[in-house]
Design a binder for this molecule. Structure first.
Ligand SMILES: Nc1nc2c(c(=O)[nH]1)N[C@@H](CN(C=O)c1ccc(C(=O)N[C@@H](CCC(=O)O)C(=O)O)cc1)CN2
Length: 285
């Protein structure tokens, strides 16, 4: 089994993006990304810190907005409205999850579709489902790039997606369908899940259930993308990150992503790539 190195691929994508940013700067366009973090959810603080660090490294201007957990929805919507109208801002990202009491759907709907670098706005969701362009969510985009590194021809392959979230499961299913895979979308309540997964040439596990997919669920020669990243604590009180897949049991697979070091780093690299894409579209329409 070949481990797919998400860190190396993410580094390469960030380098390509930095070159694109420099080329735009040479034409007088300074690419800009606004990142909004509401509250003090510890993992979100880590992800936002990394996003801002990578944004700076790529030469993208970052506009950071950290708001207290008790921020009202109206205040957040007013900030998004201002950023929608700010020509220095090409991309707007609202880190999820949002604190209770804020309607995430209403907030994401308020972002101008052309600046929606997370690809969560209904216009971009619709564009993805109709194959008509638009901005694609970062984690599913990263999953496809990781798959592209080992698969040349998708046509007719059986793909099983575990997880039905709007952030990963549904969009990754659309992208696989676009490549003419035969896609089965499953989730934690799917009956006979191991048997269904055993039919797959491609498995994308995004259920957020650590260790769910065992080695004997995976067909020999299959390619496995593990999107799950859960921090677990062992009996000695040590914490570690666990994916949805028992990576050590995948000796018979063709290739698989580890956790950490697989899909996660690609999420941030694709955010930067989407920001450049949004900036180019803002110039050319
Ligand atoms: N607005 C958004 N919110 C959230 C998204 C998103 O795409 N947009 N995704 C996740 C969190 N996320 C980015 O925001 C993210 C998760 C994980 C990683 C990552 O690099 N993981 C590392 C391990 C990290 C660690 O040590 O804790 C890895 O897998 O190697 C990056 C980004 C939810 N919210």
């Amino acid at each position: 089994m070949t481990p797919i190195d998400g860190r190396a691929m993410a580094r390469a994508l960030c380098d390509r993006t930095a070159a694109d940013v420099a080329a735009l700067a040479a034409r007088g366009i300074r690419v800009g990304l606004a990142v909004i973090l509401v509250g003090d959810h510890p993992p979100s603080q880590v992800y936002v810190r990394r996003k801002i660090a990578e944004t700076a490294r790529a030469g993208i201007a970052s506009f950071e907005h950290r708001l207290p957990a008790d921020t009202g929805e109206a205040t957040l919507l007013a900030l998004i409205d201002a950023l929608n109208h700010d020509p220095a801002v090409h991309g707007i990202l609202v880190q999820l999850p949002l604190p209770e009491g804020i309607d995430a759907g209403r907030v994401l709907d308020a972002i101008a579709p052309g600046k929606d670098v997370d690809g969560f706005h209904p216009v971009n969701v619709g564009r993805l489902s109709t194959g008509t362009g638009g901005l694609v969510p970062c984690t599913p985009l990263g999953c496809m790039m990781l798959l592209d590194s080992v698969i040349d021809e998708y046509r007719g392959l059986a793909a099983v997606v575990i997880g039905k979230s709007n952030i990963v499961g549904k969009p990754v299913a659309m992208l696989l369908l676009e490549r003419e895979c035969t896609v089965t979308v499953t989730h934690i309540a799917t009956r006979g899940l191991p048997e269904i997964v055993r039919t797959a040439d491609i498995v994308v596990a995004a259920a957020g259930a650590p260790g769910l997919v065992r080695g004997d669920w995976v067909k020999p020669g299959a390619v496995v993308i593990d999107v799950g990243i859960t921090r677990v604590t062992d009996n000695e009180g040590r914490t570690r990150l666990m994916g949805d897949v028992a990576f050590d049991e995948l000796g018979h697979a063709r290739a698989a992503t580890p956790v950490p070091g697989g899909v996660g780093p690609m999420t941030i690299a694709c955010l930067l790539a989407n920001t450049v894409r949004a900036a180019r579209k803002a110039q050319h329409g």
